[in-house]
Write a protein that binds this ligand. Sequence first.
Ligand SMILES: NC(=O)C1=CN([C@@H]2O[C@H](COP(=O)(O)OP(=O)(O)OC[C@H]3O[C@@H](n4cnc5c(N)ncnc54)[C@H](O)[C@@H]3O)[C@@H](O)[C@H]2O)C=CC1
Ligand SMILES: O=C(O)CCC(=O)C(=O)O
Length: 527
Amino acid sequence: MLRVLISDPLSEEGIRPLLESEDIEPVIAPSLSHEDLLREISTSHALIVRSQTQVTRELIEHAPNLKIIGRAGVGVDNIDLDAATERGIIVVNAPDGNTISTAEHTMAMLMSLARNIPQAYHQLQQKKWERKKFVGVELKGKTLGIVGFGRIGNEVAQRAKGHRMNVIAFDPFLNEEKAEKAGVKHGELEDVLKQADFLTVHTPLIEATRHLINKQSIQLMKPGARILNCARGGIIEEEALFEAIKSGRIAGAALDVFEEEPAIDHPLLSLPEVIATPHLGASTVEAQENVATDVCYDVMELLRGGTVKNPVNMPSVSSEMMDKLSPYFQLSEKLGGFLSRLSEGTLERVNVYYSGDLLDVDTMPLTRIAVKGILQRHMGDRVNDVNAFRTAKDKGIIINEQKSTSTKGFTNLIRVEIETDHEKRSVAGTLLNGLGARIVQLDQYSIDVVPDGHLIVIHHMDQPGAIGRVGSLLAEHTINIATMQVGRTNIGGEAVMVLTVDKEVEVDCHQKLAGINDIKQVQCLTL
Ligand SMILES: NC(=O)C1=CN([C@@H]2O[C@H](COP(=O)(O)OP(=O)(O)OC[C@H]3O[C@@H](n4cnc5c(N)ncnc54)[C@H](O)[C@@H]3O)[C@@H](O)[C@H]2O)C=CC1
Ligand SMILES: O=C(O)CCC(=O)C(=O)O
């Protein structure tokens, strides 16, 4: 049974497929104590969270069976991605499900901020009819500065335009052309700060965006401008914001998020110019159902051996691209596994060359799988699709991927080359139409071998009798030869023999093979 721990409140409707699965044991346990969480995670295969559960390195280290962490939402700043990646745990999120709700919430905050709605309501509750105090400003004709023009930033822009605001946006991935298409003005961060009557941030919280809006940047803003944060506490430096409002430089702020949550007794909340909600951007029935459904789908897919749609710690691949790549996954892994078992010395570099049908395809996922196949020789299951590149990098191994026009007559060809401190070796493989995977080259030798089962690779001199002696010796050890391929570069010179046999070659037989005249090296492996 696959155990899925859900440690934050999630939409019941959204997680229904998971609740109804026969092979999954859902454990719904929001608000666990730290000790209980450590205990529950220790036997779980998957963890699903929103923003409350802090998925720390410690938690990940207590989860020997964990394969996937699902974040029912966008921001993954509550998950230690490095720790998850190191352990080969895939992290997925639900990036699309709460975009509209968060954009709508931002607009609600924008309008409330412009018209002092929460403050006025609060006064009414105090039985005070105050009108003069709550004179607001119109949105029409004002400039909305957007920092972070991704999904939510863009949706906010479209809504702001509906209010006839001018929109200027900054995002490292935004250019004039994209901005024009979205109907907004493109500016650098400084332009946005200087021109905004209202400034709203919609970036993730990462090192580069921590305190992106700080004392210096606020100094650049128009006196009387207003600031919104419905993204993450920490993007705006709270102390600087507090001072700027207190001094009257900034007219007000609308905050849905805080550096530390829950923010019950926050100094900013003592300022009448600040309106706030307790991280409600995504809190709608629709958004919660969407994100729960999306994340459950990925969790169930992965646990059942499928591929996920929204990986965070490895690049995502479109389904169209996946259709093109998936036939080659096994071939890439086998080529990597085969070559690493043949090579000697400390691995320094891996080069992967693609040609033929693979020329116009994003082959990075195949390279990652080839690298996984290579590293698994020494690391076993500790290396997987998620951490293959990361593991290689940590070990100082250089990975290089290239497209090549040399197809050697095949419609598709993958050549994996390994450089160690001792040698450089390579193997090439192809997918033959209707016949499946084949290894077609080993170093300089052309061969034709199915990369599966027990293999013997023999380097020998091309002399009469060599093949016969190998066959006889294997027969003495009751080892049946399924296929045999011989490759040579010139008559009487060095040659290679690759045999597939029906059972594993034991040490004794291996040693006798290595002792045969004209045989230079014998390597036995199982793929
Ligand atoms: N209040 C709430 O309940 C919610 C908050 N969020 C927060 O909103 C954030 C944005 O969400 P999406 O728009 O869906 O993400 P997104 O990934 O579509 O957009 C984020 C954008 O920020 C940009 N960016 C990154 N670094 C930047 C920088 N230094 N300066 C300017 N732009 C930068 C990125 O290029 C990207 O286009 C999330 O990371 C999450 O933290 C998301 C959903 C709900
Ligand atoms: O889970 C939530 O309600 C918070 C949503 C959020 O902040 C996000 O998706 O990044």
